[in-house]
Structure formats: C-alpha cells, structure tokens
Design a protein around this ligand. Structure first.
Ligand code: ADP
Ligand code: MG
Length: 385
C-alpha cells in the first residue's frame, strides 16, 4: 500500500525525522492562511500517489498568500500527468501547502528491501531531485549502498558512512546521522517495503530535511498497523482491485489481452508464462484462492470480464481444496448474468472435475474446454489470433 506525501511526513515527524512544516488546505482561503502563517510564501503541492509532480506542474512556488490561493484553485481537481502516472494522469483531490526551504543541496536517500541479500538496504546519492533509475543507468558509481544487519539495526558507523558519502560535514553530518537512524526505526516498526526521500535537502542554514517522502508498506503486515491502514486512499487504487478485495480476491491488472482466473499465485505465474510461451500476454490475473464460494467465483469472473483489455478468458483451476463444480457453477452464473462477448477457455483438474466439466458442457454457453494447461493456453491464444 502507498500513501501520500503529507501522510508520509506525518509519520516522519512522529519519528523525529526533520521535514518542513506543512498542512493540507481544504480550500483556497485556507491555502492563503497557511501561507500567511509561513511568513507569506509557500510551496503548493498536489497530492497523488505518483512522483514527477514537479515537472508535471504539481509543485508550485507561491510568492504571496493570494498566489497560493490561486494555485490551490488551479491544482485542485486538475488531471495531473507526470512521467509516473502514464498518459491518463491522476485527478488531484488533496493539496498540501508547505513551508519553503532555502535549498543548498538536493540529495537522495532511501531504504528498501534488497531481495538478493534479504536485507533492508540504504541507498544514498549526491544526485537528488532526479529519478534514481536515471542515476543508476548513467552514473551508478554515484549511488552508495549499505546493507543493514537486522540483528543490529542501522549501526552508528553505517549512518556515518552514509552521511560521509553524501558529503555532509560538521553539525550537518551529525544531523544526517540522527536523520538516517530515525528513518530506519520508522521503516522497521511500520513494516515498510520502501521509503524514499527525494530530495533530501541540506538547507542554507545547514539543516538536513525531507522535502519529499514516499512510503510503501508491506500489505501482509497492514493488519498490525491500523493507523497506517487509515491512510489508505481508495481513489488512488485501481477500481477493479478494490472491487476484488471486497470478495477476498486478488486481482492484478496487466497490459496484455487474456484475462486469467486461477487459484493460487504459483498457478497464476505458470498460467501467465504459458500464455506468453504461446505468443500472447495476460490482461490481468485474478486469484480466487483456496476455498472460494460460488458467489466469489461469480464475482471474479465478472471483474475479469469488465476489464476492457480482456479479449479472451482463460480459467485455469487446479481443484485441491477448491472444488471444480463450484468453479463451473460460478462461471456459468456469471456468464448468464452479464453475458460473455469474448471467447472463454477452461482448464479444470482435481476435485469433482467430471461434475465441473458436465456443468460447463450442459450450460449451453460457448465455453471451450482444454485437455490440459498447454492445450488450454494454445486454444485461448488461437481464439484471438
Ligand atoms: P516530485 O518528486 O513529485 O516532483 P517533490 O516534492 O520532490 O515532488 O518536489 C519537486 C521539487 O520541488 C523538489 O526537488 C524541490 O526542488 C522543490 N520543492 C518541493 N518542496 C519544496 C519546499 N518545501 N521548499 C522548496 N522547494 C521545494
Ligand atoms: Mg520528489
């Protein structure tokens, strides 16, 4: 789960990580009032779950309270297109007004979970304010990496190594060390999967502060963080994924043509691989899980069919706990209720498979049955060729 910049900054403050003052404005008058309280100037920032806002027109400097009010009016409700939103953009529903900072240097700092080492890893670079992927491609030597030992946490000498790599000195160095250690504490205690401060700014006064903050959380640990769950903004999530989560289903939108209904993440991966192998690509996959009800299967099928990218559907179920007759009934009911305009291929195996196949063949619906996974994948790809 991702959160907005202003929410991330609330967490930073709780952990003693320096960040400029700032407040969400409900309307233009409040944007002006907040700006007034900062001494008459502010930075007005659109809140969407995507970066690159500065270049896209979502971060603007206001020289007066009146200008902040005007910027609020322009930003609120606008469709903000950035490099990270894709061409369709995102509607701005929240506007944050921040205290302007006198920037001396823009740096980069993040924590992420490195799968190769299995450790939380800090990345630091003197090249802040630009996308780290660009730095990694052009000047990889400018990124310093430190893997953290989970038993020890971010050790003092590691924090110092990072501060040194960023060229901090004197009092600023000491502030950097405190900043990184507090940030690490937040990362671990809140079960983050990624925490990026870009830019991390050294001010003309010699302070270290987080001008921007992006945090992603491990969804599997959200249950123990109700305060983080409260930050969830459904407007920023794909409608179909929310719809699926209501029925305990996992839906993932992709950009190919074949909708996939499967049970189990491993089977989903195998299904997508074999579709690619036969020359097409998945439009999505929906994992109905282990013991889904007929109602859940029906909704799963509906959600897949409502995806405009879907040109054909492959249902691939290996019924262990899941019963094939329940899947067949769910598919048939969904098909009858909403109508199916695209070819559907089903591969069923396992518990009650004969009953499942009988239900499909007697349904009168044009559903092809695959003899095995390979045959089913071949048929579904051929159906849209
Ligand atoms: P994004 O990463 O989405 O473009 P940022 O929050 O990083 O948005 O802002 C983009 C740029 O705007 C920053 O690199 C910085 O130069 C400037 N900026 C943002 N907030 C402030 C602030 N409070 N004071 C001064 N400059 C700011
Ligand atoms: Mg940024």
């Amino acid at each position: 789960m991702n959160i907005h910049e202003y929410q991330a900054k609330e967490l930073l403050r709780k952990y003693g990580v320096a960040t400029p003052r700032g407040q969400v404005a409900a309307d233009a008058a409040e944007a002006a009032a907040i700006t007034e309280s900062f001494g008459g100037q502010s930075v007005v920032k659109a809140q969407i779950h995507a970066g690159g806002r500065g270049k896209g027109g979502g971060v603007k400097f206001a020289k007066t309270p009146a200008e902040a009010a005007e910027l609020f009016g322009r930003m609120m409700g606008m469709n903000l297109v950035t490099k990270q939103t894709g061409p369709e953009g995102r509607v701005v529903r929240t506007v944050f007004v921040s205290d302007p900072v006198d920037i001396a240097r823009e740096l980069y700092f993040s924590f992420l979970v490195d799968r190769a080492t299995g450790r939380v890893t800090a990345l630091a670079s003197t090249e802040g304010g630009v996308e780290i992927e660009e730095v990694a491609a052009a000047t990889p030597e400018k990124i310093v990496k430190v893997a953290v030992d989970p038993a020890i946490g971010l050790a003092e000498h590691h924090a110092r190594e990072l501060a040194f790599a960023l060229g901090l000195s004197g009092d600023t160095f000491r502030k950097g060390v405190v900043f990184f250690r507090n940030l690490y504490k937040l990362f671990v205690e809140k079960d983050c999967s990624m925490l990026e401060i870009n830019p991390l700014v050294v001010t003309k006064q010699g302070d270290v502060t987080a001008l921007d903050a992006k945090i992603a959380f491990d969804d599997n640990a959200l249950f123990r963080h109700p305060e983080v769950q409260a930050f969830r903004d459904l407007n920023e999530e794909a409608a179909a994924e929310i719809d699926a989560s209501k029925f305990g289903l996992n839906f993932i939108k992709l950009d190919g043509s074949i909708g996939c209904m499967v049970n189990g993440a491993g089977l989903a991966m195998a299904t997508m691989d074999i579709i690619q192998y036969h020359g097409s690509s998945p439009a999505n996959f929906l994992d109905v899980g282990g013991g889904a009800s007929e109602e859940a299967v029906k909704n799963a099928f509906r959600i897949i069919l409502q995806d405009p990218g879907v040109k054909a559907v492959l249902v691939n179920i290996f019924g262990g706990i899941m019963r094939c007759d329940i899947v067949a009934n769910g598919v048939v009911k969904a098909a009858r209720e909403i109508g199916v305009q695209v070819p559907v291929v089903v591969r069923l195996e396992g518990t009650n498979v004969e009953e499942g196949k009988r239900i499909l063949s007697e349904s009168g619906l044009r559903i092809q049955v695959g003899a095995d996974l390979d045959d089913a994948a071949r048929k579904v790809v051929a159906a849209i060729a």
